[in-house]
Design a protein around this ligand. Structure first.
Ligand code: NDP
Length: 281
């Protein structure tokens, strides 16, 4: 079994981005910039935002953080995003989700211009992805595609099964695989016969959020198994895949932690650099 090392791959990507960020700064006279908007005081979101700021710093991207209180009104949030949409030094805008419940996520995301939507969450970018017309894809599924590609996992013509259909992982994941010529099946909580469908996968992507949902008897001999899930069990991080059982039959497998997780931020940074480079003369 080939263990897919997301931590090392993400470090390689960040190192390459550093040179691209330097080249952008040399040519444009400013650093590529990411604006991060965090509303409320969700502790997990605070950790994610801090990690993103640190990662930006490391590769030479300027990060502009806006931390607003949990009772921020819709108008105020809207006017901030609209301002960032016009600001030249801001190449990417990221609204940290989840938002406080009184704010309309769809309405706020719609204010992000597609070219600054580095998370790929806007309807415009999802639509382009669905139509196979370019656009920025969400960072986590993009990270999975990058891992498959760097580890030479064959995709074209293969059966890819994606378990999970959320807008941030499962759905864009399925579209990216389809665009790469896989034959794609998407499973979710209403799927009948999950086990049999998973067993027919050449590439199995678990993006559910249920510890050890995918067991050895659900995995075909020689399959590539990518575990997106992050679950905390007894203070330890575990994925959606029963790693110990599945490693006997899988040909490729990602660990949790150290698999898909580190790739998400690496792909976010990639999207910011790409957005900045698109503006270069
Ligand atoms: P959501 O809760 O939004 O979606 C979960 C999906 O799993 C839904 O489509 C749901 O189906 C489906 N599902 C739930 N139970 C089952 C079941 N028993 N069998 C089959 N499908 C099921 O989660 P996210 O997509 O946001 O995240 C998924 C996992 O990935 C989480 O563990 C999350 O922490 C992790 N994650 C990791 C990231 C990383 O960087 N490594 C980034 C983002 C997420 P239905 O649609 O029918 O409800």
């Amino acid at each position: 079994m080939m263990l897919i090392d997301g931590k090392r791959t993400a470090a390689d990507i960040r190192a390459a981005l550093k040179s691209r960020a330097e080249a952008f700064e040399r040519i444009s006279g400013r650093r590529a910039g990411l604006a991060v908007l965090l509303i409320g005081d969700d502790p997990a979101s605070e950790v994610y935002v801090r990690n993103k700021e640190r990662a930006c710093e490391e590769v030479g991207i300027a990060s502009y953080s806006y931390r607003l209180p949990g009772d921020t009104g819709e108008k105020e949030a809207e006017s901030l995003i609209s301002r960032l949409a016009k600001e030249e030094k801001v190449d990417g805008i990221l609204v940290q989700l989840p938002l406080p419940s009184h704010l309309d996520e769809k309405k706020l995301l719609a204010l992000i211009p597609p070219e600054k939507d580095v998370d790929g969450f806007t309807a415009e970018n999802m639509g382009r992805l669905a139509r196979h017309e370019g656009g920025t894809a969400a960072c986590t599924p993009r990270g999975v595609m990058e891992l498959l590609s760097r580890y030479d996992v064959p995709i074209r013509g293969k059966h890819a099964v994606v378990v999970g259909r959320s807008n941030i992982v499962g759905r864009p994941m399925a579209l990216l695989l389809l665009n790469a010529d896989a034959t794609v099946t998407v499973c979710h909580s209403k799927t009948e016969d999950l086990k049999e469908i998973c067993r027919s996968a050449d590439i199995l992507i678990a993006a559910v959020g249920r510890p050890r949902l995918i067991t050895a008897d659900m995995v075909k001999e020689g399959a590539a198994v990518i575990d997106v899930g992050v679950n905390r069990v007894d203070g330890k991080l575990v994925g959606d895949v029963d790693f110990e059982g599945v490693k006997e039959s899988a040909a490729y497998l990602t660990p949790v932690p150290g698999g898909v997780g580190p790739m998400t931020i690496a792909m976010l940074l990639t999207s910011v650099i790409e957005a900045a480079e698109r503006k270069m003369p």
